[in-house]
Design a binder for this molecule. Structure first.
Ligand SMILES: [Zn+2]
Length: 92
C-alpha cells in the first residue's frame, strides 16, 4: 500500500499507509492525536529505510556526489588477444 504524507499543525509531518481507494483527507496525528490534513502529492510506494529506498537515495546521490574512481571501468592490463602475431602489430 502506498504511503501518504499528513501534516499536523503542532507536530509536523508523518507518513501513513492506506489503500488508494480508502485514503482519507485527514488522519489522527500519532503524537497528539489531533486531526492532520493529507498533503498534496502522490503517494509513495517505497517505505523509508527499505532496500529500495536506499537504492533510490544512492542513485540520486550520484548526481551530486559521484564516486571517485582511479580508472575507467572495464579496462584491465590483460591482453585482448592471445594470438602471438598480434604483438607485431603497430601500437597506437
Ligand atoms: Zn500532532
Amino acid at each position: 500500500m502506498p504511503l501518504y504524507e499528513f501534516r499536523c499543525r503542532d507536530c509536523g509531518s508523518f507518513d501513513r499507509s492506506f489503500s488508494m481507494a480508502a485514503v482519507p483527507d485527514a488522519a489522527d496525528c500519532p503524537e497528539c492525536a489531533g486531526s492532520s490534513r493529507r498533503q498534496v502529492g502522490g503517494g509513495a510506494f517505497v517505505r523509508p529505510g527499505s532496500a529500495a529506498a536506499r537504492l533510490i537515495d544512492a542513485t540520486t546521490r550520484t548526481a551530486s556526489e559521484p564516486a571517485v574512481v582511479g580508472a575507467p571501468a572495464g579496462r584491465s592490463r590483460a591482453p585482448v588477444t592471445r594470438n602471438p602475431l598480434h604483438r607485431k602489430l603497430p601500437r597506437p
